[in-house]
Design a protein around this ligand. Structure first.
Ligand SMILES: [Zn+2]
Length: 106
């Protein structure tokens, strides 16, 4: 249970904040090929909105953020993805952090 009740924001504001996070990740995806720094900036902004409003970033978007350096991990550009023996290996090309995820067999 969350005990921090002081930061309660009106539902309408939370809805807008969530939309902004999704939009910022979308913009980051568009920009990453041309400008990695700008893409990282969008991701940083999205994270800041999440913190301010106490909203967690959806897991499908959180996967695109490096757990170590918090930068945008885009496969083939800022991250290297490979699969090996039932594992997905993600390497952040900005800080070198390697994450392994087990792939579920069908
Ligand atoms: Zn990293």
């Amino acid at each position: 249970m969350e005990s921090r009740r002081r930061s309660t924001k009106p539902p309408e504001e939370l809805k807008i904040a969530k939309e902004r996070i999704t939009i910022l990740f979308g913009e980051a995806e568009k920009m990453v090929r041309n400008d990695k720094k700008l893409a990282n900036r969008y991701v940083e902004l999205a994270r800041k909105i999440g913190m301010r409003y106490n909203i967690s970033i959806p897991s499908y978007l959180r996967k695109l953020v490096c757990r170590k350096c918090k930068e945008y991990m885009y496969p083939g550009i800022t991250a290297k993805i490979s699969t090996k023996k039932g594992y997905l290996r993600k390497e952040c090309l900005q800080c070198g952090k390697v994450t392994k995820i087990r792939i579920k067999k069908k």
